[in-house]
Ligand binder design. Sequence first.
Ligand code: CA
Ligand code: CA
Length: 379
Amino acid sequence: MRHLPLAALPLVLIACSAENATGQNAAAATGDRPFKTSIIADFESPWAMTFLPDGRMLVTEKKGEMILFDPNNGTKIPIAGIPAVDSAGQGALMDVVLSPTFAKDRKVYFSFSQAGEGGKGVALATGTFDQASDGTTKLGEVKVIFRATPFVEGNGHYSGRIAFSPDGKYLFFTNGERQKFDPAQDPKATLGKVLRLNLDGTPAKGNPLAAKGFHPAIWSYGHRNLLGIAFDTEGRLWEQEMGPKGGDEVNLIKPGLNYGYPLASNGDHYDGKPIPDHRAGDGFEAPKVWWNPSISPGGLIHYSGDLFPQWKNSLFIGGLSSKSLLRVKLDGENATKADQWDMGARIREVEQGPDGALWLLEDGGSSQGRLLKLTPEAA
Ligand SMILES: [Ca+2]
Ligand SMILES: [Ca+2]
């Protein structure tokens, strides 16, 4: 007698539900990694990194330390001069990025959460990288140049990512909605927004909503927890955010647009309350890519290196809850899911190294907080 191929049935069902859950152009998660992973260092709970022109790196630790790290010899030097950080919950010493003028003035931009009047909020600060001949290193002339408004109670959704426009004239800064939902639609609050600032932290002139009575720094609104922002080589601004349950997004950011949260999302609230999905004609800008189930996007880069030529014009995303590295392929204004590699640890940050290698930071906490370097298998 013939046996029914019972085993085939669940596979079909799984395939269907995966299709429905992901909603669009699903990339299969695969354990095959087409790169070599080298463990370079171990940190406690690192949050962000950036490369200096000489190949050394600045690494931020959640609790409030900035570290000068040399990948060539493993040396770690603590950097003095960092202000007090409120690192409760999702609070941290967050992003660190070199100024477009770093070569002449050694200026560094960084973000961190702090307590103040009304509660807590994310601050943007500058300092001057200064290493003495004995190796002692500090940020001098540290100055807070912008603070999210209003400060509110709670320890979540600060965001705090920094990117410079390709012409080096403007700074884009992300402010999360602090788990308060409605501020993302509040024209006066900087929460749940992408902001465009001058390099001195003042709102840039000509921001698209200022004439309508919005806070003058606002560039786009209706965002949730924006943990990645990056320009592509053609000058488009891409952003990723942790959405509600099943609503993580990659967005193409355009001035003045409303990205919908909390009025529209392809996910739903974590307490089960539905949120209308994005649909044509609802007045909200829909994501280019979204994930259900959630991936929890941490860091974001646009890849332009030569070491992985097949991945030029891709976004790379560090996945926290998904413990993965994700690749999203760009084509003009379109984006499609391309790869998702299991990394076995929460990935907080991605960077492109000077030679085009990919560098990752694990999140620490439940994993080790290692610094990983990815290079082509054959190299
Ligand atoms: Ca970085
Ligand atoms: Ca929904």
